[in-house]
Design a protein around this ligand. Structure first.
Ligand code: MSP
Length: 510
C-alpha cells in the first residue's frame, strides 16, 4: 500500500515569529516534491502547521497584553495565509492547540509512561529559550547558543524524563544500516557524531508553577509537556494515529523536511520516541541548510529577513519558487541576494526558456499562420529525443537523491540542447527557400515538443505558468503525468497564441 503513497511534512513553525523566506523555502520545497510525486502517479499527502505551546509564546503573549490563545490564533493565521501567495497546497494544517493533537500527545505520554520509559528526577542544566531546550556544554560557542547568540540560563527543577538513552544504540544501528534514512550525507554524519556521544535522557515536562501554556501530563496534573515532545507528535496526530486510515496509508512513506537547526530533535528525540511507542520510524528525514543574508542566518531575532510576500507579489510565485528551488545547493547554506535572483531569472527563464518558446512561435506566426505544423515529426532526425531521455534519467535521479538544484539543472540543460539544435539547423534560413520549408517546420515542431516537455518538468515548481503554456499548446494540464513521459504529443494544425507566455528580461533595479 505504501508503495504508491508519498507523505511529506514541513516543520511546524513557531508562531512567535512572522513567516519569512526561510519558512517559505521549506514549505515551497515540500510542495514541489509533493507535486512531483503526484505527477509520478503517487497518492500524496502534504502536512504543514504551527507549533503553539511553550515558554516563548507565554512570554510574548504577556508582553503584548494578550492571552496565549489569542496570540496563537492570530499568528497561526499568518502562516496559513502564507500558503496562498507562495502557491502551496497543503492537504492539512495542524496546530498543536488542536484537540485532535492534544488527545494523541496524551495517549502517547501515557503509553510511554506505562511502559516504564518515563521517570521523575531533579535536573540542573543550561536552558536556551530560543531553542526551547537544554543545551550541552559541547553545543555552546564561547558560552553562548550559536543560533541565538545568547548565554543560556541555568535552571534547576524537578521534572519528568524520557529514557532516550535506552534507545540510543538501536537508533545508532538504524542510522548506520540505512544510509537513506537521513539526507543529505553531511547531516547523516553529523547525527552519527551525536550518537557517538554519551547517551542522554530527555526532560519532557515543565512544572506548572513556571509554565501553564502546554499540554497537561496525563499522569501528573502539576506538569505540562515539554514543547518538543508535544510538537514532534504532530506528524502522526494529524494522520489520526494510531487507528486512522490516513496513518495506515501514509506513515510508511513519511518524509520530514527540516533545516539543520532542528536536526537533533528530529534525528534523535523523535526516532527514540517512536521506538518507545513502538511505532515505525519515518522513512526519511531530509535536511537542508540555511538561507543567509550577508553571511548570517536569516531570522527574526537578527532582523535580516526577506519577505516572501513582497517577492511573490512583484515577480509572481512561480518565479520566486523557481529561484529558491534552483539557487540553493541542497544541504549547503546559500546567500539570498536580489541581484542573484534577477541574474538567475534572466539566465534561465528569460534567456533559455521564454526566449526559446517565443522564437519558435514567432517563426510559425510569420510562416505557418500561427499554427503547429501539420506533419509527422517521428521521421525527423534530431538530437532531442535522446536529450529527452537524458532529462528523464537525470531529473529522476536528482529528485530521488533530494538534489532539487540538479533537477533544475537537467531542465536547463535540455533547454540548452533545444536552443543549440535551432542555432545549428537555422530554420529561419530554411524558411526562405520553398524546398526547405517542410524541413524547417520539422525542426520547429520538434523544438516545440521540447518546450512542452520543459514545462511538464517545470510543472511541480511553476504550476501557474505551466498550466498557461500547456493550454496555449493545446495540451490538458491534467494530463501532465502522461505528457512528461512522451516525446510526441502536439496536435497538427493546433493554433498557437498571438502572444506566447514568456519571461521578460529584468534589470536589477526591478
Ligand atoms: N517549532 C519548531 C519546529 C517543530 S517541528 C516538530 C521550529 N520552528 S521554526 O519556526 O523555528 O522553524 C524552523 C524551520 O524554519 C527550519 O527548520 C526551516 O525549515 C525553516 N527556516 C527558518 N529559517 C530558515 C533559514 N534562514 N533558512 C532555511 N530555513 C529556515 O523550529
Amino acid at each position: 500500500m505504501s508503495q504508491n503513497s508519498f507523505y511529506i511534512t514541513t516543520p511546524i513553525y513557531y508562531v512567535n515569529s512572522i513567516p519569512h523566506l526561510g519558512h517559505a523555502y521549506t514549505t515551497i520545497m515540500c510542495d514541489i516534491f509533493k507535486n512531483y510525486h503526484q505527477h509520478l502517479g503517487e497518492e500524496t499527502h502534504f502536512l504543514t502547521g504551527t507549533d503553539e505551546h511553550g515558554d516563548k509564546i507565554d512570554k510574548s503573549a504577556k508582553e503584548q497584553g494578550m492571552t496565549p490563545q489569542q496570540l496563537v490564533d492570530k499568528n497561526s493565521q499568518a502562516f496559513r495565509d502564507l500558503l496562498g501567495p507562495i502557491d502551496c497546497k497543503s492537504d492539512d494544517f495542524i496546530r498543536t492547540t488542536d484537540e485532535r493533537h492534544k488527545k494523541v500527545v496524551q495517549t502517547i505520554l501515557q503509553k510511554v509512561y506505562d511502559k516504564g520509559d518515563i521517570y521523575f528526577d531533579e535536573y540542573e542544566g543550561l536552558y536556551c529559550l530560543g531553542c526551547e531546550r537544554y543545551l550541552g556544554q559541547d553545543e555552546l560557542v564561547e558560552g553562548k547558543c550559536p543560533d541565538h547568540q545568547k548565554v543560556p540560563e541555568k535552571i534547576s527543577e524537578k521534572n519528568y524524563f524520557f529514557k532516550m538513552s535506552k534507545y540510543w544504540d538501536q537508533l545508532k544501528q538504524h542510522v548506520e544500516a540505512n544510509p537513506e534514512f537521513i539526507k543529505t550525507e553531511n547531516y547523516r554524519n553529523e547525527v552519527l557524531g551525536l550518537l557517538k556521544m554519551e547517551p542522554q535522557d530527555l526532560c519532557i515536562s515543565r512544572p506548572k508553577e513556571r509554565l501553564t501554556w502546554g499540554i497537561e501530563l496525563p499522569f501528573d496534573k502539576n506538569f505540562v509537556t515539554y514543547v518538543w515532545f508535544d510538537a514532534l507528535i504532530n506528524y502522526i496526530s494529524a494522520l489520526g494515529y494510531p487507528e486512522g486510515d490516513s496513518f495506515k496509508k501514509y506513515w510508511p512513506s513519511s518524509h520530514h523536511m527540516i533545516a539543520k537547526d532542528i536536526l537533533k530533535p528530529h534525528c534523535v528525540y523523535w526516532p527514540t520516541m517512536l521506538m518507545s511507542m513502538e511505532c515505525p520510524l519515518p522513512k526519511q528525514i531530509i535536511i537542508h541548510g540555511y538561507w543567509l543574508v550577508d553571511e548570517s542566518k536569516m531570522s527574526k531575532s537578527i532582523g535580516n529577513v526577506v519577505d516572501p510576500f513582497k517577492y511573490c507579489e512583484k515577480f509572481g510565485s512561480d518565479v520566486f519558487r523557481y529561484y529558491l528551488f534552483r539557487a540553493m545547493s541542497f544541504g549547503k547554506d546559500a546567500s539570498f541576494s536580489h541581484e542573484d535572483f534577477i541574474a538567475q531569472y534572466n539566465a534561465d527563464l528569460a534567456n533559455k526558456v521564454g526566449n526559446l518558446y517565443s522564437r519558435i512561435c514567432g517563426l510559425l506566426r510569420k510562416n505557418n499562420e500561427n499554427k503547429i505544423p501539420d506533419l509527422d515529426i517521428k521521421q525527423v532526425t534530431s538530437p532531442l529525443p535522446a536529450a529527452f531521455e537524458v532529462l528523464q534519467r537525470e531529473s529522476a535521479a536528482a529528485m530521488k537523491a533530494w538534489k532539487p538544484h540538479e533537477y533544475a539543472n537537467s531542465i536547463i540543460s535540455f533547454a540548452e540542447s533545444i536552443n543549440k539544435y535551432l542555432d545549428e539547423t537555422k530554420p529561419w534560413s530554411m524558411l526562405k527557400k520553398e524546398e526547405e520549408k517542410q524541413q524547417a517546420f520539422g525542426v520547429l515542431k520538434t523544438a516545440l515538443e521540447g518546450v512542452r516537455i520543459i514545462y511538464c518538468f517545470l510543472a511541480p515548481i511553476m504550476p501557474k505558468t505551466t498550466k498557461t503554456v500547456l493550454l496555449e499548446l493545446g495540451i490538458d494540464p491534467e494530463d501532465i503525468p502522461n505528457q512528461r513521459k512522451i516525446f510526441f504529443a502536439l496536435s497538427n494544425n493546433a493554433p498557437l497564441p498571438e502572444a506566447p507566455t514568456g519571461f521578460p528580461r529584468l534589470t536589477s533595479e526591478e
